[in-house]
Design a protein around this ligand. Structure first.
Ligand code: MLT
Length: 407
């Protein structure tokens, strides 16, 4: 008899963004005359930077010629891309990361979800609340939790991020082995400064813990005093793995390219207390379960680092950030308390009511899609998240509709 992995049965029935898509679809069918404006899932709307398109096309042409055709590439990515990343994203910012500590993949979501399989079943996991659902759900699937009662899984240490702590969780008060951090944060848009990040790194070093640092939104940081990478902080190479993506940085959500940095100094221990290299384990996993990102996609990603690519990607981000600032201003004008939208494409808004109710109300009365905060955890209840990923015209239209609906 084929049996299911019963840990899956502990999960809520659908993934947050699938549930939102279902509700939006039903609304759209009932009101076909009024197209909804989508500021829900953080999906980019601007086309790829022209420099990427040019490199992408050229690489596809190469694949069509016998002399330049390529079959399987290195599973962990082509050296041309890993070298560019190591130099532009890390060394230029004073972080000493080697190209072979970088693993190219098809998405930070997959890497975030997959990495937990390197760790023992009984590690104690701390997860911020609210949080990007992938960190929690993948640990549930792996059987690291008990049942979910009243919005909380037994066995998980929840790090509450609230208005009171400026949405930056405090260090755990109980023993923890694995911590997920995301800055600029999804969903709250909060950022962390160097001093605070240093406290986390020092805590991890003192407790032989590991930080999984999701930096998918680092390109939206405008305040140059803020770190873009955890490796800008001393000691982080021994205690942190970092996830990055071209999705939001250069419009690759549909093209798929990301990377994970696993420094060679990073360790995890076996039951006898012997240290093991996480780099070696992740390399083993990656080469066993993944055959690499396609050559044209990696060439397109490489083009992000050319002078024209950097300028074009920057312009995309500036456009979204203009939207973000506008959304925050409009929401504050409605006397709603906001965070984010300054170094992040997300604005986290205290709706002062049940967040799914707020979501349904905006959909019904304004035809605008947001993301209900409760979908990110118990501490998200009462909040909604608005994403800046849309055209300026649509964002202006959406704000006007919301203003009319709420006043
Ligand atoms: C979000 O809206 O939270 C993100 O787009 C989800 C993702 O990046 O997978």
């Amino acid at each position: 008899m084929i049996r299911v992995n019963e840990h899956y049965l502990k999960l809520t029935s659908s993934y947050l963004f699938s549930e939102i898509a279902r509700r939006v679809d039903a609304h759209q069918k009932a009101h076909p005359e009024e197209p909804v404006l989508k500021l829900g899932i953080g999906d980019v709307t601007c086309p790829l930077p022209p420099a990427c398109v040019k490199a992408f096309r050229r690489a596809v042409e190469e694949m069509g010629e016998e002399a330049s055709f390529r079959g399987y590439g290195p599973e962990q990515g082509y050296p041309f891309l890993r070298e560019r990343i190591a130099s532009a994203d890390y060394r230029e910012r004073g972080a000493d990361i080697d190209p072979d500590e970088i693993f190219i993949s098809d998405g930070a979501k997959c890497d975030n979800g997959n990495i937990q399989e390197l760790f023992s079943q009984d590690v104690r996991v701390a997860i911020p609340d609210p949080v990007y659902p992938v960190y929690l759900d993948t640990n549930v699937m792996a059987g690291r939790t008990g049942a979910c009662t009243d919005g909380r899984y037994e066995g998980i240490v929840y790090l509450e991020s609230t208005r009171e702590n400026n949405f930056i969780p405090e260090l755990p008060e109980v023993p923890v082995d694995l911590v997920y951090l995301c800055f600029p944060n999804n969903p709250t848009g909060a950022t962390i400064d160097r001093a605070r990040l240093q406290q986390w790194v020092d805590w991890a070093a003192a407790n032989r813990a590991l930080i999984l640092f999701d930096a998918a939104y680092e390109a939206f940081i405008g305040d140059e005093s803020l770190p873009h990478s955890i490796y800008e902080v001393e000691g982080a190479k021994e205690v942190a793995v970092e996830f990055r993506s071209f999705s939001k940085t250069a419009g690759f959500t549909g093209t798929r390219c990301a990377f994970t940095v696993v420094p060679k100094d990073c360790k995890a221990w076996d039951a006898e207390g012997n240290p093991h290299s996480l780099h070696r384990l992740w390399h083993r996993r990656h080469t066993t379960k993944f055959n690499g990102v396609s050559y044209p996609v990696q060439r397109a990603a490489e083009a992000v680092y050319t002078a024209e690519g950097r300028e074009q990607a920057r312009a995309l981000i500036e456009g979204y950030m203009k939207n973000a600032r506008f959304i925050r201003k409009e929401m504050e004008a409605l006397q709603l308390d906001c965070t984010g939208g300054e170094n992040s494409p997300y604005i986290w808004i205290d709706g002062r009511m049940d967040s799914w109710k707020f979501f349904d109300m905006l959909l019904e009365k304004a035809g605008v899609v947001c993301t209900p905060g409760a979908g990110f955890g118990k501490c998200g209840e009462g909040y909604i998240r608005i994403s800046a990923f849309n055209s300026s015209e649509n964002v202006h239209r959406a704000m006007e509709r919301i203003r009319k609906a709420l006043t």
